[in-house]
Design a protein around this ligand. Structure first.
Ligand SMILES: [Zn+2]
Length: 377
């Protein structure tokens, strides 16, 4: 789906003559995931039957497992100007309306957004950020095949971190890893994250530490800061050649269990046999139970998904256990478990206060501190 060489220029020229469709951020990230091969074998935005099947039964008409429909929406007015069989160009408003891909429109349909939200998010409450976006998207979906000729700034901004599934699969093979666990994170890794990953390393040979790239939420550390902190953690506390660090572009939908499945599907394309699924994975406020994202894997039919979950709980250092422990292994009261929230950590860092080494490795803390010092100047 990603045009290469001279084909790029040809498509770009052609794009100048086509009707423009402006993408939302979510649609752009979905396009990038398709272009890089993370959504294989999906070859474009879904039509109505696949939209419905994906919402209701987590499968397309042809039987393919797909837990969240990947859609593109336009206004009624714009849809009226587009005929079935037309080609349109998809542009990114965040990058000055950069033309990125040509979509051959196979279908136009008005999805029932409430139906989608009820099935995918388990709620139609608009306070849920994922529901809010679906309910407020434009009213007509365009389905059809996609040909991408420009991936925008991401591959240059993130360079080596922007690892494509084809590259990771080759890399795992070179390293001789038959089983690899993916760990998704948008944080610099503290000891709790280190413990989750090391628990997985007792089961599989290699680990892909996979950052969420893209929009930062207020208080998030930028990707380069996280990468530096994780590199130091790996260098000092992990055996050689057991970890690969990379990132991928995705906009979180906060669909909890359904999104955990999508994350696993993406990692299947990356060549990972396992995915760490934590407590309330991809959840938001209290819409999902702490283990719903674990349990949904048990409801799938045989062959739906090869990548398996490693179901873990919250971990922390417990002073009474005198070591790392988890909600499953430690019987003690919260007062003796060293846990620091993201908000509290930022407070401590900005006030220049000590971060206990039971919470985060000193090497990691020094990188975060350096970042906060720079923010001040
Ligand atoms: Zn304990």
């Amino acid at each position: 789906m990603l045009a290469l060489g001279s084909e790029r220029a040809t498509l770009k020229d052609k794009a100048d003559t086509l009707i423009q469709v402006t993408m939302t951020n979510r649609e752009k990230y979905d396009l990038l995931l398709m272009a890089m091969g993370a959504y294989t074998p999906l070859d474009g935005f879904v039509g109505e039957a696949d939209w419905k099947g994906s919402c209701k039964n987590m499968r397309f008409e042809n039987g393919l497992f797909w837990p969240i429909p990947i859609t593109l929406s336009v206004t009624k007015e714009l849809a009226a100007r587009i005929s079935i069989g037309d080609e349109v160009v998809l542009v990114d408003p965040e990058e000055d309306n950069l033309p990125m891909a040509i979509l051959t429109v196979a279908e136009k349909y008005c999805p029932d957004c409430e139906f989608e939200c009820r099935h995918v998010f388990g709620t139609t409450e608009e306070d849920h950020p994922g529901v809010h976006r679906v309910i407020n998207q434009e009213s007509v979906n365009l389905g059809g095949q996609l040909m991408v000729f420009d991936e925008g700034g991401f591959p240059n901004v993130f360079k080596d971190l922007y690892l494509r599934p084809m590259e990771s699969r080759d890399l795992f093979q070179e390293l001789g890893w038959s089983e690899v666990t993916a760990f998704q994170t948008r944080n610099p890794m503290h000891r709790s994250h280190e413990h989750l990953v090391k628990t997985a390393m007792d089961i599989t040979q290699g680990v892909l530490i996979h950052q969420v790239l893209g929009e930062l939420k207020p208080g998030d550390f930028p990707a380069e800061v996280r990468t530096k902190a994780i590199d130091l953690l790996v260098k000092n506390y992990f055996p050689k050649n057991t970890v690969i660090q990379a990132g991928y572009p995705i906009e979180m939908r906060y669909a909890g269990p359904r999104e955990a499945l999508l994350h696993a599907l993406i990692r299947q394309n990356y060549g990972c046999s396992h995915l760490i699924v934590g407590r309330d994975h991809a959840g938001v406020s209290d819409y999902y139970g702490p283990y719903e994202a674990h349990d949904i894997f048990d409801t799938l039919w045989d062959g739906a998904l090869l990548t398996q979950p490693i179901k873990l709980d919250v971990t922390f250092y417990c002073t009474k256990c005198d070591g790392m422990a988890s909600a499953r292994t430690c019987p003690h009261e919260p007062e003796v478990q060293i846990q620091i929230s993201g908000t509290r950590l930022r407070e401590l860092l900005s006030q220049g206060e000590d971060i206990p080494s039971e919470f985060s490795r000193p090497e990691v803390v020094s990188v975060l501190r350096e970042y906060y010092e720079k923010l001040k100047t």
